[in-house]
Design a protein around this ligand. Structure first.
Ligand code: FE
Length: 284
């Protein structure tokens, strides 16, 4: 089996979004094709309510999917069609914006004011950009946990570990989204379709992300892998926690402005024009 080597390592960088939310961006619109089919990954963990409580008030999305995973606290979600919900501890919301939604997302801390969550944006292929919007709300209890012989504990949000499949199915880019807890000095080996783009994001502890590297990577490290048939990840002297995400590249042109991602500038202009004149929402 060809083990993936590390292609690029970086650290998520502080930035501000929404109504003044301080967050860390692992990648975004500086790296448009590097992570294809993924567009953006934000880490909004914070112990400071002032840094997140203003949230992300009403804004549109078109042409993408947003995947929100909460580890502490919650996020209240509402959209212009009247859909409402709370993404709680351990829950995932897989939202396909498709032709368009207008929504708000308001993070809330736990009893100690701590909030931990991640948001991933996945691109939709041209043929699906104007599809009917849909939500998949996945509660923590619906996400299976697998314990591997090597000691790793894996929450399977999407994709497959051993014989266990995650609850999110029927997504064109065949994504995989795993939350892995790896005890100190143990190894996690996981097969990956060779041509998929795969990245890991560390959220606790530290570890080595290929066979060759001696450097341990810690909290907020982002690792993009070269193509290959499996990943091999080794925890350091303390428990390592990371998200492992992969998907099939689309290889299509990307036209991106703010929360809307299409294939051409014309489609972008049309989307913003429709948003201004009130014809943005196509399906309800
Ligand atoms: Fe949003």
């Amino acid at each position: 089996m060809k083990t993936r080597k590390i292609k690029r390592v970086s650290t998520s960088m502080p930035t501000m979004e929404g109504a003044g939310v301080h967050l860390h961006r692992a990648f975004g619109n500086n790296d448009v094709t590097l992570f294809d089919p993924f567009l953006l990954f934000d880490d909004f963990r914070s112990d400071t309510p002032e840094h997140y409580k203003k949230g992300f008030p009403w804004h549109p999305h078109r042409g993408i999917e947003t995947i929100t995973y909460m580890l502490k606290g919650s996020a209240e979600h509402g959209d212009s069609l009247g859909n409402k919900g709370i993404i709680g501890r351990g829950d995932v919301q897989w939202m396909t914006a498709g032709s368009g939604i207008i929504h708000q997302e308001m993070p809330k801390g736990d009893s100690e004011g701590k909030m931990e969550g991640f948001q991933l944006w996945a691109n939709l292929r041209a043929a699906d950009k104007m599809m009917h919007p849909r939500y998949r709300d996945i509660s923590a209890e619906e996400i299976p946990t697998v314990t591997l012989d090597g000691g790793a504990t894996v929450k399977v949000i999407c994709g497959q570990v051993g014989k266990v499949r995650g609850p999110v199915e029927d997504v064109m880019i065949e994504p995989e989204y795993l939350d892995v807890k790896l005890p100190a000095n143990t190894v996690f080996v996981h097969p990956t379709p060779e041509d998929h783009n795969v990245f890991a994001y560390v959220h606790a502890g530290s570890g080595r992300f290929d066979e060759m590297s001696s450097d341990e990577l810690g909290n907020k490290s982002l690792v993009l892998f070269e193509p290959g048939e499996q990943v091999m990840i080794t925890a350091g002297d303390e428990e390592l926690r990371f998200l492992l995400v992969g998907g099939k590249p689309l290889g299509e042109p990307v036209a991106w402005r703010g929360p809307i991602v299409m294939n051409t500038q014309e489609e972008l202009q049309q989307a913003f024009e429709e948003y201004r004149n009130g014809t943005f929402i196509k399906h309800d």
